[in-house]
Design a protein around this ligand. Structure first.
Ligand code: SAM
Length: 238
């Protein structure tokens, strides 16, 4: 299991003493000050900087993979909503996309996003709305066939209206699941960000029909004050 940096207190002083406090500044909103303070005090943010990851999100997929082992050498991976590229960095290493683990199969990592992604060595990234017509076929063409893993950390842009955002996230996740049904090879894995209760109602039922196992998990790197969870569905029945 990727070691959680959360519980460490190296100096023996109370955690409150170690906190960086951010002063409010003219022109900066209170919500921005709070965000900045949280970033500066987040052990995963510090660790991501030290480990060279593009964001703390990398630890979510590391922790999920430590538990479920779907990013194996030789695997063909599709990352939906891959910007800025933290999950791509993790996948490249774990599936041996650069051939660094000698004697092990070499994997393939392909990401798509609405935004441009700074290239990650060992992966290919394309600007694509995965909901566009024929996006699934386009991805299979780029990949040269079907995938072993379809993973999604996608988040819909916030509207500021809680219920609307809730529905948007659910529909994004459902659309990602249907995309996975078209792109996954038999035995494949689907990993996606969902909400508090895990994959809800109909989606949960559908995933149980299509996969041999479905788990709803909150990895330690997922902030406790966020309602996100992840669904990990393994053994795609095809
Ligand atoms: C939280 S970020 C992903 C972070 C990424 N896992 C990482 O480790 O760097 C979510 C991404 O989903 C993308 N996204 C949202 N809707 C999308 C869509 N319909 N098609 C492709 N990407 C989408 C957003 O542009 C955003 O970059």
């Amino acid at each position: 299991m990727a070691k959680s940096p959360g519980g460490k207190n190296t100096s023996g002083r109370g955690q409150r003493d170690l906190k960086v406090k951010v002063k409010t500044a003219r022109g900066r909103k209170l919500s921005s000050t709070r965000w900045l303070q949280r970033q500066l005090n987040d052990p995963y943010v510090k660790r991501a900087q030290a480990d060279g990851y593009r964001g703390r999100a990398a630890y979510k997929i590391l922790e999920l993979d430590d538990k479920y082992r779907f990013l194996v050498p030789g695997a063909r991976v599709v990352d939906l909503g891959c910007a800025p590229g933290g999950w791509l960095q993790v996948a490249v290493k774990r599936v041996n996309a650069l051939g660094e683990k000698s004697g092990k199969a070499i994997g393939t990592v392909l990401g798509v996003d609405l935004q441009e992604v700074e290239p990650v060595a060992g992966s290919e990234a394309h600007v694509l709305d995965f909901m566009a017509v024929d996006a699934d076929q386009q991805v299979k063409d780029w990949l040269g066939g079907k995938a072993d893993v379809v993973m999604s950390d996608m988040a819909a842009a916030s509207s500021g209206h809680k219920q609307t955002d809730h529905l948007r996230i659910i529909s994004l996740c459902e659309a990602a699941a249907y995309f996975a049904f078209d792109v996954l090879d038999e035995g494949g894995t689907f990993v996606a960000k969902v909400l508090a209760g895990g994959a809800e109602g109909d989606l949960q039922k559908l995933l149980k029909q299509k996969f041999t196992k479905v788990a709803n998990v909150k990895p330690p790197a997922s902030r406790s004050d966020s309602s996100e969870k992840f669904v990990v569905a393994t053994g795609y029945r095809g």
